[in-house]
Write a protein that binds this ligand. Structure first.
Ligand SMILES: Cc1ncc(COP(=O)(O)O)c(C=O)c1O
Length: 384
């Protein structure tokens, strides 16, 4: 058997590699603390679990789900957008449930990128935007994100080619933890309109923000739905990474294209999971405040530990990550390797997110307070 060239040429998925390294270190008997993957350690709110339990007991949920999601789920997404952002969405044409947002992000490339089509992707950025562009036969064009510009792309410096179809953004950002305000989104909407691009905003971390900061939706920009699609996820907001449920909202042509593609590839989301997602979006939201407080405290532990090591670091306003410049000019891989070998702490090397991630590591805040403190102590003790 010979895998297709598109598979052979794929770079290994960063987290699969990290998993292998952790397993090898653990096999040596080390007490490894993994701050690599961003997978919330906190449980799904109990009323959501209960809604799943109830729905799973109903045989009506045991059949093939609708390709377009349960109307009740689409409605719940639209209502949530109205309440959270003041954005009115048409639940049938501007909302599409997804099997986790990663599924939709990746499939969108197949719906909008033709052979030789280009997509502007953040560098550093969540790897799925570039990888799916390549798999769809297109070419990712990295947009450099640097600390000097707050990890926002300098849109005025970009010259998209006539083959460019998509502009990917993600705020609060993985991996940089940077945030973007509505004014930046307005300039991105104008840029997308000027260059005839679909603005694809990944808002997976919109509900995880700190110090009172509230993240905007790109769809709050007047006229944005003419050029923009936004992705949301229940994974991080409701601690539901294992449940695989998210959504896309916004531009109807993009939603229709993604939806047409998906009818040929998948058969929707287990209805019981969708009922649970309705419970999450429509039920009490107080767990979110508690969750933000937990991550904010952990963020402060990490920031202060690295400041003690002489690393200059501003506390990020969102996401579940801290993006840390490597001390002493070490490379990302070198520093991540040292942390693993000398402190048994796993972090993600910045280069896993693009060439401009060189000189950084990403720390994930998704381990218990005790383990995070232990990890920071080990780093402080061994890495001076
Ligand atoms: C920026 C970003 N977008 C999307 C996802 C995927 O989330 P989901 O669980 O909804 O597929 C992740 C997961 O880590 C992410 O970091």
């Amino acid at each position: 058997m010979r895998a297709a060239a598109r598979i052979r040429e794929l770079p290994p998925y960063l987290f699969a590699e990290l998993d292998r390294k952790v397993a090898a270190k653990r096999a040596e008997g080390a007490d490894v603390i993994s701050l690599g993957v961003g997978d919330p350690d906190l449980p799904t709110p109990s009323h959501v679990v209960e809604a799943l339990r109830r729905a799973a007991g109903d045989p009506a949920t045991h059949r093939y789900p609708s390709y377009f999601g349960l109307p009740a789920f689409r409605d719940a997404i639209a209502v949530w957008y109205q309440q959270r952002f003041g954005v009115e969405l048409h639940a049938d044409h501007e909302v599409l449930p997804l099997i986790g947002s990663k599924e939709g992000l990746a499939h969108l490339s197949f719906a909008i990128i033709d052979a030789a089509g280009e997509a502007l992707v953040p560098d550093p950025g969540y790897p799925v935007y570039a990888a799916s562009t390549v798999l769809a036969g297109g070419r990712p064009v990295p947009m450099p994100l640097t600390a000097e510009s707050g990890f926002l792309p300098n849109l005025q410096d970009l010259r998209p080619s006539l083959d460019a179809r998509a502009l990917w953004l993600n705020y609060p950002s993985n991996p940089t933890a940077a945030v973007a305000d509505l004014e930046f989104f307005a300039s991105a909407v104008a840029f997308a309109r000027e260059h005839d691009l679909l603005l694809c905003h990944d808002a997976a971390y919109a509900e995880i923000t700190f110090d009172g900061y509230v993240a905007p939706s790109v769809l709050q920009v007047p006229g944005a739905r003419e050029v923009a699609i936004e992705f949301g996820s229940l994974s991080k907001t409701y601690n539901m990474t294992g449940w695989r449920v998210g959504y896309a909202v916004g531009n109807r042509e993009a939603i229709a294209a993604l939806s047409a593609l998906k009818t040929n590839l998948d058969s929707g989301i287990f209805d019981a999971v969708q009922h649970a997602a309705v419970a999450a979006l429509s039920g009490p939201q107080d767990h979110a405040e508690a969750m933000r407080a937990v991550y904010q405290k952990r963020r402060d532990v990490v920031v202060s530990a690295f400041r003690d090591l002489g690393v200059s670091l501003e506390p990020p306003l969102g996401s579940i990550y801290v993006w840390v410049p490597t001390p002493g000019g070490r490379s990302s891989a070198e520093y991540a390797g040292e942390l693993l070998n000398e402190a048994a702490v796993v972090v993600a090397p910045g280069t896993g997110y693009g060439d401009r991630g060189e000189g950084y590591i990403r720390i994930s805040l998704t381990v218990s307070d005790d383990r995070l403190e232990e990890a920071m102590e080990r780093i402080g003790r061994r890495m001076r």
